[in-house]
Design a protein around this ligand. Sequence first.
Ligand code: XMP
Length: 326
Amino acid sequence: TWTMLNIVEEQVERVRAQVGDKRVICALSGGVDSAVAGALVQRAVGEQLTCVFVDHGLLRKGEAEQVEKDFVAATGAVLKIVDAQDRFLGALAGVHDPEEKRAIIGREFIRVFEQAAREVVAESGSGGEEVRYLVQGTLYPDVVESGGGSGAANIKSHHNVGGLPEDLRFTLVEPLRELFKDEVRKVGEELGLPVDMVWRQPFPGPGLAIRIIGDVTRERLEILRAADGIAREELSRAGLDRDIWQCPVVLLADVRSVGVQGDGRTYGHPVVLRPVSSEDAMTADWSRVPYEVLATISNRITNEVREINRVTLDVTSKPPGTIEWE
Ligand code: XMP
């Protein structure tokens, strides 16, 4: 639309004026904000920008591919992919505690990103002088919440980049600072980003790690990814994406119950469906998803994911229950 085009053009000019001919780096998380911010900066300065995607192995089905293929196809951005799955899984091995999981993921992310940033600096061949700018998908509500300050890279939440060492200090480029979420999505559409990416529901930075109740293993991630993929597919098919704020699927990995699947008795895991409606995630109510849709999700998960033999529904509002289980 006309206004979105104006916003894009204005921000493109501003980014050009801010960074000149210097190099810029952007961490993509798979989320809307970093993708739109990255796409905007790419539009402004092209190959002066290097996007970095740290694949921690905790994203949902198709999300890493969306960044690696669709984002690049839509924007033409230069993308450096860091496959850090083994590293994150290694660091998370045996860890049950939710806050400990978050701390580990935050810490590893900073280390991996820092290394990638050093490589980008080295590859730019100028002894580091040239890479000075870091793109952040800060939105207007974040600016207001943090008192309007800008400048230094500090952490909004662990999946953002913070705590980088002195010699990697960046000046922030924040092309979404004046926008609300719905405007960011429209700008993303204007920039030709994949619809699934632009309309992605909120997803926590620590990803599937905090939706596995128990320790995180590769096998458990695969089980949860399959179940979550089915739930998302069926909720979309039923046209419920915009009614439902988000629908965590939670794997109770340390719980087993008896079932009958196929020819015999099984002793498998339950998953919990946690569809909620909300305005801002501060409060939420459980979504009244039609029984037919729940039935389809349940049948498909128990038929297609052999390790799961029970599907349950969380009917707790927030408060008292948080949206995520961890
Ligand atoms: P809760 O579970 O606190 O979640 O009701 C509120 C919203 O925040 C998201 N969430 C997170 N997002 N890092 C994030 O980036 C986190 O550690 C985290 N924990 C919860 C959650 O998905 C919901 O949208």
